[in-house]
Write a new protein. Structure first.
Length: 246
């Protein structure tokens, strides 16, 4: 499934409006596990989309270049950006302190992408993913069960998250990972728009997508009649540090 499904104006708009940001603890963990202070670091953020992670890094003092092949997505980011394939990065060897992937690495070739990231990064390569924490809320688990019938839906994480850690280790990086738990407080319309921003929804016939969204609205309002949702979340972070010889 191509990640360019996101390069449609309506999908990019939904993505930027409703996808969750990342908690402060995620960026703290990134700095700790990578051994790199974000303040002043040069970061290449691969698969940056609309710049959610790029903005989070910049708020912590990092200098960021956002890279993505989806031009409609990058248009939402006001910082430095480049249209680029994460498997063939257009950057010089050792030109960045960190290469990062937020909600993105699973769209790339496992070996080529890590090889390229190692070439460009001086210190470390990192990838992370937000997901709902279904173990902490029955209503979220029930939502996932209902969505399981949608073609292309693969669960709340959507992928085998430790795969990036294995790819990093196979490439010779010193790998550390961590789960960061947090809570998102969000209005129901934002929650539903977030659903629309996922690839499995974007590929549906619009009428079918509308039908599923209305079904979820009805079910979620049974739990949160006022429309203000409390959503338990967790972020998986994997960091591969380069050795002293590199």
């Amino acid at each position: 499934m191509s990640h360019l499904v996101f390069d449609a104006p309506r999908v990019a708009e939904a993505y930027d409006a409703a996808r969750p940001e990342y908690p402060a603890a995620l960026y703290d963990a990134l700095s700790e596990l990578s051994g790199t202070a974000l303040d002043g670091a040069l970061v290449v953020d691969v698969g940056a989309g609309t710049g959610i992670s790029s903005r989070g890094l910049m708020e912590r003092g990092a200098r960021v270049v956002a890279a993505d092949l989806a031009g409609h997505m990058l248009a939402y980011f006001s910082g430095a950006s480049v249209l680029a394939d994460g498997n063939v990065l257009p950057f010089r060897d050792g030109s960045a302190d960190l290469v990062t992937y937020a909600q993105a690495w699973h769209w790339l070739d496992p070996k080529s992408s890590i090889d390229e990231a190692m070439r460009v990064a001086r210190h470390a390569v990192a990838g992370w993913w937000n997901s709902v924490d279904t173990a902490k809320a029955d209503w979220l688990a029930e939502c996932q069960v209902r969505l399981s019938g949608v073609p292309g839906y693969t669960g709340p994480e959507g992928r085998d998250l430790p795969a990036i850690a294995r790819a990093m280790a196979e490439a010779g990086l010193d790998v550390h990972d961590r789960w960061v738990h947090w809570t998102r407080h969000v209005a129901i319309e934002t929650f539903l728009t977030n659903l629309r921003s996922h690839s499995y929804m974007a590929r549906l016939d619009p009428a079918r997508a509308d039908e599923l969204i209305e079904r979820e609205r009805t079910e979620v309002l049974r739990v949160f009649p006022g429309g203000d949702l409390v959503v338990p979340m967790r972020v998986y972070l994997a960091v591969g540090r380069k050795g002293p010889a590199e």
